[in-house]
Ligand binder design. Sequence first.
Ligand SMILES: [Fe+2]
Length: 272
Amino acid sequence: MTTLTTQNPIKLVQITDTHLYGSSSGTLLKMNTQDSMDHVVKILKENEQEIDLILATGDIAQDASIDAYKNFISTMEGLNAPFRWIPGNHDSAAVMKDVAMGKDADEKSVRINNWQLAFLDTSVAGQVHGKLSQAEIDFLNDTLSAAEADDAIQHCLVCLHHNPVKGNAGWMKDIGLQNRVQFFDTVKQYSKIKCIVYGHIHQELDFEHEVIRCLCTPSTCIQFKPNVTNFALDKVNPGYRSIKLHEDGSIDTEVIRVTGYTFEADFSSGGY
Ligand SMILES: [Fe+2]
């Protein structure tokens, strides 16, 4: 576990669902995912200074190739900030572990000032939906109970890929975190849990569930339209989330999207 002492507030950035390929010409529903990520990284560099940590919350790769993860790492190197990544449904946790070898990218626990951050693996090989294995639930309990007992830690934030609250579109019914009740039953036992951060459903959300702040962040490529029955792409641009964690447990957060650029995508697609 890394322990960092840094500025107040702590400055985090969330980048999610980059869906990169081994080839930089790879497209998802006709959107070039490296190109769209580069546009997001460009505005991120313009807007954010002194980033303490980047949260990369899964679907890093679309093709789970070694080169896709290397492409992600080389893009991150331009940001001059450490990152932690977790797998999504399109990723291979094993390949990510191999590529991260010798780096901290797949570290599951980071302490920054009086905040504890935990990173969960919700991926299930070959499945779109997510599930926390018993080992991940045990890790979550161990991390949150250690934080609860430690006077130096006052607040906790948990990152995962899959939505732990039902998605807001009909087609999302079966793609979220399968054991979401178990997840909330686990986290709500601990008073220091303040925030849950995720991706997967490619849209911006900021709400409370079981009295815990939940943040979902747009993909750096295609966007899913909320509140529809069948799959539909949204025409809003890709972006990232800035998260500022204050010493008193309060959180300032904002999604910042690329502006002044029109991305190409297959907006008539009925699935992905
Ligand atoms: Fe995704």
